[in-house]
Design a protein around this ligand. Structure first.
Ligand code: SF4
Ligand code: SF4
Length: 180
């Protein structure tokens, strides 16, 4: 993925994914991206970040009551987390592989020196959209989509990019905007 950013752990390839919207989540993306971007940036300029941080847990929970990741998996299908060395050590051990063999088989190094998956969808994504290494998945995957962390508003450009494909990010963003 040519990177636009990855503060949220996902490497983003700059695709405008509204164009490949699936009907399952289409209704969540009614506002065009440039309009949301402008609103979100203006919102961040005027609203106390401590207030936002307090609102995030409820908005996060509300978003994931509407969105089922197992019906989506758009992140795992289209992007790669970073596999940091602790991730590689942990996952390769569980898989009974040497770290070097694990890297050779599944990973390549990107132009920022991070290990990312060689192929997409992620090789650990099962056909039912479950993660086959869920309990041991990379920390980037564990934290994504950062809807209950300060990263959400500290890196607005990344959040906006994530909102282009992740309905939960989009929903939390719209929830914040509706309160502002
Ligand atoms: S985190 Fe977002 S993009 Fe990934 S599966 Fe869940 S809803 Fe979809
Ligand atoms: S490791 Fe699991 S959670 Fe992470 S991208 Fe791959 S399938 Fe998705």
């Amino acid at each position: 993925m040519a990177k636009v950013g990855k503060a949220c752990g996902r490497v983003i390839n700059g695709l405008h994914l509204y164009s490949i919207m699936d009907p399952l989540v289409e209704h969540l993306f009614e506002t065009p991206a440039p309009e949301i971007l402008k609103k979100f940036q203006n919102f961040l300029k005027r609203v106390d970040k401590r207030v936002i941080l307090k609102q995030l847990p409820d908005l996060h929970e509300a978003a994931f009551e509407k969105v089922n990741c197992l019906d989506c998996a758009r992140c795992c299908k289209n992007y790669s987390p970073r596999f940091k060395m602790p991730d590689i050590k942990r996952i390769s051990k569980v898989m009974g592989m040497k770290e070097t063999a694990f890297i050779d088989k599944y990973l390549s190094m990107d132009n920022e020196g991070d290990y990312v998956v060689k192929t997409r969808p992620c090789p650990f994504l099962a056909t039912n959209n479950e993660c086959s290494i869920y309990d041991h998945r990379p920390s980037d995957c564990e934290r994504f989509p950062y809807t209950d962390e300060d990263v959400f508003f500290k890196r607005p450009a990344i959040t906006l990019k994530n909102a282009e494909f992740c309905p939960a990010v989009h929903d939390v963003m719209m929830g914040l905007l509706s309160k502002g």
